[in-house]
Design a protein around this ligand. Sequence first.
Ligand code: PNS
Length: 171
Amino acid sequence: MTPFEPPAGRVAIFPGSFDPLTNGHVDIILRSAHLFERIVVSVLLNSEKKPLFSSEERIAIIREVFREYPNVEVDAFDGLLVAHARHHRASAIVRGLRAVSDFEYEFQMALMNRHLEPTLETVFMMPAEQYTYLSSRLIKEVFSLGGDVRGLVPSVVETWMKKKQDAGVKR
Ligand code: PNS
């Protein structure tokens, strides 16, 4: 076998809508930050017609949550994810897998991205069990109906959601 020198400075992209960031996302980002030299949390621009948070707000929130993690960066992207990954010289895309129901969609995306960029690997990570039922969509629904989202999103997110509620923003 030829000796293999693993390349240093592995970069991974963690893409998503993050409207809003949940503790499930935080869990995956922290796990990735231990595996990769740099992890770029990449916020998809204009992912929904009526998002709760603008992309600028989502970026500001994620930066605030990870301000003490020097290897966690936040960026925005639109267009093809593989082009964004190339721009950052990333070798991997990280995605969280919560349940079997996530699998089909994730499998299709991973194989399409591999078709577009064969050198880019998709790495799936499982969040801690207590976050397997969490999704940004459910968080917004529960919060808008007056439910308690404490412990499900970072406190920074909770504060920003309350600000939106006080401003009368409905979603
Ligand atoms: O938080 P989400 O909605 O699960 O994230 C989905 C995301 C951002 C990973 C996905 O929509 C995406 O990669 N969009 C970029 C468009 C793209 O590259 N499409 C072709 C490859 S599947």
